[in-house]
Design a protein around this ligand. Structure first.
Ligand code: ZN
Length: 382
C-alpha cells in the first residue's frame, strides 16, 4: 500500500504543486473563502468525489467503501490572514500554510479514490473555514461535520525551528486559549469631588495586578495577562464609572484553563469590590487545549515512520499556539484524535508576512495521510 501511494504521489507531483500554487494565489479571510471553496469543490467534482456543503464556505467530501467499517476523517482549514500594506490597505496572504492543508485534503482524497483504497468504512475530509478567527470548527461541529466520526486527524505545517522538511510528529500539543473580558463599574462624579464617586480605573488597576499575580502549577504551561484596557471618557475632569479589561489566558490542559480562568474572575470581581464597585466577567472566545488519543497517535506515528523512516518521526511537539481543531473532540468525547505536525522548513515563522515553506512538504503530507487513513479503514472489521 505504501509503495502504490508513493508512486501515485510521485506521478501527481506537478498537479499537486499546481493546486498549492493556485490556492496560494487566492488568499481569503475566514468565512469569506468563496473562491477557495469553489476551486476545491470543482476539483472534487471533476474527480467524482461527492461533497456536502455545511456552511457558506465550509464543506465535507467523502469516499464510502462497500463494506462497513471505521469512519475516519481529516480536518483541512482554508483561510488566510489579513495584513496592512505601506499604503494602509488591507491585503490577505497565506502565511499560516492553510493553502497547504487544503491541498493535502484534496489530494489525499484524490489518491485514495484513484487507488481504490477505501473498500471498507468511510473517509471524510472536513474543509473548514475560519480557523484563524477560531470560529470555523465550531460552525462545522454545529453543522454535524464530526459527530459520527470514529477518528479525526489534523495537519499543520511547522516552522523550521520545530521540524525540518522530512520530519514530522504525530501529536502537536496546542494550548487552550481563552479571551475574557471584565467590565468594572463605579460611580461618576466631578473630578474635584472624587470621594462622591467610585473610580472604575482604580478598580481596573487593581484587577491588572490581581490577574498578573495569579498562580497555577508552574510545572505546567500556562499564562495570564491583560492585553487591553479602556477607561475614561472625553473629559478628564470626570471620575470614570466604567473600565474594561481584556485578558488573554493560555493553558496546556482544559482543567488548568478552568483553574486560571476562575482565578482571573476572582481577581476582577475582587478588585471591583475593593473600591466599592461591581464587575462582570465574560468569556469572549474559548478554544480547548489538545486532548489526543494514544492509539490514534500510534496509527499516525506508524504512517510517518513508513513514509519518512524512523529518523523522520519526531517526539510529540508542545506548541504555545492554539487551534480550533480541538472543538471536534470537545463536542464528541468519543472521537479519537491525533495531529500531524508536518516539517516544512517554514521560515521566518508562521503569521509572518514573509513566510515561505518548502512545497515538497505537501507531497509528504498527502503521502502520510493517505497511508494513515487507508490503513485505518482497511484494518477496520466493520
Ligand atoms: Zn494555522
Amino acid at each position: 500500500m505504501n509503495e502504490s501511494i508513493a508512486q501515485a504521489v510521485a506521478s501527481y507531483r506537478a498537479a499537486i504543486l499546481e493546486t498549492l500554487e493556485q490556492l496560494h494565489r487566492m488568499p481569503e479571510w475566514g468565512l469569506q473563502e468563496h473562491r477557495t471553496s469553489a476551486h476545491l469543490k470543482a476539483a472534487l467534482a471533476a474527480a467524482g468525489i461527492p461533497i456536502q456543503e455545511l456552511t457558506e464556505t465550509g464543506f465535507v467530501a467523502e469516499l464510502t467503501g462497500k463494506e462497513p467499517g471505521l469512519y475516519v476523517g481529516l480536518r483541512a482549514d482554508l483561510d488566510a490572514l489579513p495584513f496592512i500594506d505601506e499604503a494602509g490597505q488591507t491585503y490577505y496572504a497565506h502565511t499560516c500554510g492553510h493553502d497547504a492543508h487544503a491541498t493535502i485534503g484534496l489530494w489525499t482524497l484524490k489518491v485514495l479514490k484513484e487507488l481504490e483504497l477505501v473498500k471498507r468504512g468511510r473517509v471524510r475530509v472536513i474543509f473548514q473555514p475560519a480557523e484563524e478567527r477560531l470560529v470555523g470548527a465550531k460552525l462545522m461541529v454545529e453543522a454535524g461535520a464530526g459527530h459520527l466520526l470514529d477518528e479525526l486527524y489534523g495537519v499543520h505545517i511547522r516552522p523550521q525551528q520545530e521540524a525540518r522538511l522530512g520530519q514530522a510528529a504525530a501529536a502537536l500539543w496546542h494550548r487552550g486559549s481563552t479571551v475574557a473580558e471584565s467590565t468594572i463599574k463605579g460611580r461618576p462624579a466631578h473630578g474635584a469631588r472624587p470621594h462622591l464617586g467610585v473610580n472604575a480605573i482604580d478598580g481596573a488597576a487593581l484587577a491588572v495586578l490581581g490577574v498578573n499575580s495569579l498562580w497555577a502549577n508552574p510545572a505546567q504551561q500556562w499564562s495570564a495577562k491583560v492585553t487591553k484596557l479602556a477607561g475614561g471618557g472625553v473629559a478628564s475632569n470626570i471620575i470614570p464609572d466604567r473600565a474594561v479589561l481584556t485578558m488573554d489566558l493560555r493553558a496546556e490542559s482544559n482543567g488548568l484553563m478552568e483553574e486560571i480562568t476562575g482565578k482571573a474572575r476572582v481577581a476582577c470581581l475582587g478588585a471591583a469590590a475593593a473600591i466599592g464597585g461591581t464587575a462582570d466577567f465574560k468569556l469572549l472566545v474559548s478554544v480547548p487545549a489538545a486532548a489526543y488519543d494514544r492509539e490514534a497517535i500510534g496509527h499516525l506515528a506508524a504512517a510517518i515512520t513508513e513514509v519518512l523512516g524512523p529518523e523522520g518521526l519526531l517526539m510529540p511537539i508542545r506548541s504555545p499556539g492554539s487551534d480550533d481543531f480541538h472543538e471536534f473532540r470537545q463536542a464528541n468525547p468519543q472521537l479519537k484524535t491525533a495531529f500531524l505536525a508536518l516539517g516544512a522548513d517554514a521560515t521566518p515563522g508562521l503569521h509572518d508576512p514573509q513566510m515561505t515553506f518548502a512545497p515538497e512538504a505537501v507531497l509528504i503530507g498527502v503521502h502520510i495521510l493517505a497511508l494513515a487513513l487507508a490503513r485505518r479503514v482497511a484494518e477496520s472489521a466493520g
